[in-house]
Design a protein around this ligand. Sequence first.
Ligand code: ASP
Length: 280
Amino acid sequence: MKIIIHGGFFSEFLQTKAIKQAKKAALQKIVLESYAYLKSHSALETVVFATKLLEDEPLFNAGLGSQIQSDGKIRMSASLMDGVSKKFSGVINIENVQNPILVAEKLLYFEDRVLAGEGANLFAQKQGFPYFNPETPERRADYKAKKAATNTGTVGCVALDTEGRLATATSTGGKGFEMPGRVSDSATIAGNYANEHCAVSCTGVGEDIVSAGIATKIVTRVTDGQTLEHAFQKTFQELATFDGFAGAIAIDYHGNIFYQESHPTMVFAAFDGEKITLFC
Ligand code: ASP
């Protein structure tokens, strides 16, 4: 049983000591709580559980406290993937819900599993998700200063359960200050991918993550026999050819945990039941 979660990148701007400490404490609390949950739940249930907790923490750029786009609106994206059934589901640019990951989870059991924009909003309403405004005064201040573009901080979770099943979930408020209609990597197979060999969740600049196809490439390389470490190295070398900006967390079938970032500093926490690794 293994779990790793990430809280995206530190913003250049909000890197005060107090915020660093608060993020560290939040990651530690959430990784331990999620590990306890994993003891009696599947990897799939646990990645949703952990991602919901991360979305509810306004320090991170997902759910409550999401970044604001250039037209002043918040549009969020989230996805999950079950390494057993290989089903991927997600929402792209959804508005006014508290937990995009819960809407993505609902979609896993529908035939049409990825919905965007108005379709995603309508689906959430029909499924009884109540109206929720995820804006915080801090994000509005970022927006006003037009500095939100430097504040990355998506969230994600990868888990391996007691039965050796892998799953991954990723949720984001986007890059900040983007053009309405822009599609994040977080609800694509570049940003979030899993099978029975490996599961990966990414953060960083969505365009770079998609260009490098990070999550799906790492999983494919591990599936074809590379070690998790080599799969990361090769994929991040390819990302470096265009100076792409990204970080990723992963677990393979053997329970190896790995993470890498192209630039400082992705914040994450991992727990294997004995040792907590906290990087903030
Ligand atoms: N990957 C996200 C996006 O580009 C942003 C992030 O990871 O912070 O939408």
